[in-house]
Design a protein around this ligand. Structure first.
Ligand SMILES: [Zn+2]
Length: 263
């Protein structure tokens, strides 16, 4: 997601590791990620391959990598406290589908403060986020993640993850065949998708999309403000110099000024 606490994330032990997924160390920090990305830019053929992934292929990749992430993370069981709460919280958003796909929302029992959405309707909210957020704040985050999908950011992010996977020699990605990707390729691809950094303007645009979704359903938009205030407090002075995100106080202020204007 992209409301994340990077420093906090690095300190915590990702449940994905415990689940057996190999987190590529090259992507463990934004700096290393940037270096890898530099190599990628020089590989014109791979970039072309990523750009030519069709919408159908992007959705197929999303379906497969979401399924693989579900397999390697502990998913809150239907009827569990977390699953019930998420369903109840999302109901008033009236988004039984987005991007033409049925909304499929689940909770990962992971302590990180994170969430993500994919083009196939997959939304995953981490327990660490649910524990620190109230219902309005969770709706704000989910609206933000859906915003990234609706604005095409997630599609681009999936294409980039696919290209990175090809750069690492994954057979399926290198041959341009989504169907040929192995389980571990798909798991790594999903991991790269989750760790992708969006630009400042993309983050602000996704915040605005969330605001629009909540406004349309006459739901409180204050959650977007208070969540960023909470994140700012947790980030403290540790706000990463590598972060390309607008700062949390700026994002809270942006939404507050819209609420002040719209009432
Ligand atoms: Zn974001």
């Amino acid at each position: 997601m992209h409301l994340t606490l990077r420093d906090k994330q690095r300190k915590s032990v990702p449940a994905l590791l415990a689940g057996g997924m190999l987190l590529c160390s090259a992507f463990a920090t934004p700096l290393a990620s940037a270096i890898d990305f530099g190599g990628l830019v020089n590989s014109a053929s791979l970039a072309v391959k990523a750009a030519t992934l069709s919408d159908t292929e992007v959705i197929e990749l999303a379906e497969k990598s979401c399924a693989e992430l579900d397999r390697t993370n502990q998913v809150a069981a239907p009827g569990s406290k977390y699953a019930k709460r998420l369903a109840t919280v999302l109901k008033p958003m009236n988004m039984s589908q987005f991007n033409g796909k049925a909304l499929d929302a689940k909770v990962y029992l992971v302590s990180d403060v994170n969430a993500f959405a994919m083009d196939n309707g997959c939304i995953r909210v981490y327990a660490g986020l649910m524990d620190m957020a109230n219902d309005d704040e969770i709706r704000g985050v989910v609206g933000h993640e859906i915003g990234h999908v609706l604005l095409g950011h997630s599609k681009k992010s999936m294409q980039t993850a696919y290209t990175l996977q090809a750069a690492r020699g994954a057979a399926g990605a290198a041959s341009g065949a989504v169907a040929a990707l192995s389980q571990s390729d798909l798991g790594n691809l999903g991991q790269k998708f989750i760790q992708a950094q969006f630009s400042q303007s993309q983050e602000t645009a996704a915040d605005d999309q969330s605001y629009g979704i909540l406004y349309k359903e006459k739901l409180s938009r204050t959650g977007l403000v208070t969540l960023f205030q909470k994140l700012a407090k947790q980030e403290g002075s540790e706000h990463s110099m590598f972060s390309s995100h607008p700062s949390s106080p700026d994002r809270a202020q942006h939404i507050q000024s819209r609420i002040d204007k719209d009432g």
